[in-house]
Write a protein that binds this ligand. Structure first.
Ligand code: IPE
Ligand code: IPE
Ligand code: MG
Length: 259
């Protein structure tokens, strides 16, 4: 399936796409290369997909770049990933700002090495004024850890008498997560054929549409991204209702047919 931007109905585009960028290691191994070469090539897919998302007018893109569990990989690979991340943050800074893309980050950022973290801070600051699209990088991120941190904070507020537990609602809980202010993802794409969520945005993806691509992340570029968006546009999101109820409201498929 191929689709060019002109074939994508803007009304049926997702507002927020979240991607589990998986398969860099296998891409390299298939070519007899070291895993780090796969991560380098994966960075080119990041650039391609970010640019395409912006061109198409998506407002939110979230990329799972490093999980809390990825700290358990061999030290040399972790080091190489941090170095690559640092290089990416520096190299793309001006380009992100020029494209009006605001960088955002979620995860246990304090765990990042000092030099990577300061490069991140600089790019966050350099793009803080941008309003075209929010690009969120999930770094040292874990959905369960995020939910626990929010729960701890809410419990502390309740213990201080600043929050009535009976009044705690979904909006308040969402606002306590690191993703506060981001709409829930409409579409989650995972590459590499694995069909699991791997601790990504557990709370936020309650009603996301999932697309699992067999392609390895370095092979996932603009055309494959557009094809995923076209597939999403054909989905009917029911949010618990019946197909007939939704047909009666005549809202577009995919997109924002909430409620
Ligand atoms: C995804 O590719 C990148 C990160 C998790 C950092 P992998 O490195 O997981 O690649 P595979 O799954 O081993 O092929
Ligand atoms: C998920 O990929 C994390 C990222 C893409 C950053 P993994 O390769 O770490 O996931 P599992 O371990 O196969 O579930
Ligand atoms: Mg993997």
């Amino acid at each position: 399936m191929d689709a060019n931007p002109s074939q994508l109905d803007p009304a049926a585009l997702p507002r927020h796409v979240a991607i589990i960028m998986d398969g860099n290691g296998r891409w390299a191994q298939e070519r007899g290369l070291g895993r780090v070469r796969g991560h380098e090539e994966g960075a080119n897919s990041v650039r391609a997909v970010v640019e395409e998302a912006r061109r198409l007018g998506l407002t939110h893109l979230t990329l799972y770049a490093f999980s809390e569990e990825n700290w358990g990989r061999p030290g040399a690979e972790v080091k190489a990933l941090m170095r690559l991340l640092k290089r990416f943050l520096k190299k793309e800074r001006d380009d992100l700002a020029a494209k009006d893309i605001r960088l955002n980050a979620i995860g246990q950022l304090a765990r990042l090495p000092e030099d990577t973290r300061s490069e991140l801070e600089r790019t966050l600051a350099a793009t803080a004024h941008c309003g075209g699209m929010v690009l969120t990088l999930a770094l040292s991120y874990g959905g369960r850890q995020e939910i626990l941190a929010a729960t701890r904070e809410l419990c502390a507020r309740a213990a201080r008498g600043q929050l009535d537990p009976a009044a705690l609602d979904e909006a308040t809980f969402s606002a306590s997560l690191q993703s506060a202010g981001l709409p829930d993802p409409d579409l989650m794409i995972r590459t590499s054929g694995e069909q699991r969520i791997s601790n990504f945005l557990l709370w936020q993806m309650a009603y996301a549409e999932f697309i699992f691509s067999p392609l390895l992340w370095p092979d996932f570029r603009e055309a494959q991204f557009r094809a995923a968006l076209a597939e999403y546009a054909g989905r009917q999101r029911r949010f618990g209702k019946t197909g007939q109820q939704l047909a009666a409201t005549s809202k577009p498929k995919g997109g924002r047919a909430r409620g």
